[in-house]
Design a protein. Structure first.
Length: 229
């Protein structure tokens, strides 16, 4: 039976991704035809750090969270990946264990590309291989930047960066759906310190905390914090 998820809406979305942009039409069809659909409920684990990694995945519907556990039992959130993004490519390429946790932040539909299928494909398509390496390098750089921010910048700068870079909802002032616990995990801080910083910004008219949303009213004030470090 034809994999309609992979060949219709899933394939169309994948064709817009950075990896597929490096391929011709025949190569896109070839790779998409090898993908298998996987559905997950919100909150479901996709894989854990240290597990064997035999595949990479593409987000078709929903958002996937990539995170690292800490020694204190907390997590550092590395990225929230929307539809069209790939993940799991590190273990797929080197054949070793997973380097982070992946969780379905919302209800998700994924396409799974197995290592035994992808490696021969990459050997036949050097442009795709180079593009995948570029995607991987960009992701490593973003993770390095996050770790550098935690090491060298104080919380207001780290939090301002997080609010400015996170995908927003709706039109008008930026509305961000992150909880204060999630902001703490993204900035390497505590929920209490994040709350203190947000409340100070709310008193200054920079943002508004309303119905579990953080509404950024003056993004220029946050950018000023980031630009002056």
């Amino acid at each position: 039976m034809t994999n309609t998820v992979a060949t219709d809406p899933g394939r169309k979305l994948l064709e817009k991704s950075a990896l597929f942009g490096a391929l011709d039409e025949d190569a896109r069809r070839d790779l998409a035809a090898r993908a298998q659909p996987r559905g997950l409920a919100a909150g479901a684990p996709i894989f854990h750090i240290g597990e064997p990694g035999h595949s990479m995945m593409a987000v078709i519907v929903g958002t996937v969270r990539i995170s690292l556990p800490t020694l204190k039992g907390r997590e550092i959130i590395l990225a929230d990946l929307p539809a069209g993004e790939l993940f799991g490519e590190i273990a797929l390429l080197d054949g070793k264990s997973r380097s982070a946790n992946a969780t379905a932040l919302t209800k998700c539909e994924l396409l799974v590309l197995e290592r035994r299928e992808v490696l021969p494909f990459l050997q036949r398509n050097p442009a795709a291989c180079l593009r995948l390496m570029e995607i991987l390098c960009a992701r490593i750089r973003r993770s390095d930047d996050r770790m550098s921010d935690i090491a060298f910048f104080d919380l207001p700068v780290r939090l301002a960066k997080t609010l400015l870079q996170y995908p927003t909802q709706g039109r008008g002032p930026a509305k961000i759906s992150l909880s204060q616990r999630e902001m703490a995990e993204m900035t390497g801080s505590t929920r209490e310190n994040v709350n203190r910083c947000l409340r100070e910004w709310q008193r200054g008219g920079i943002l508004q905390l309303k119905d579990r949303w953080t509404v950024v009213l003056k993004p220029e004030a946050l950018r000023a914090l980031v630009d002056h470090v």
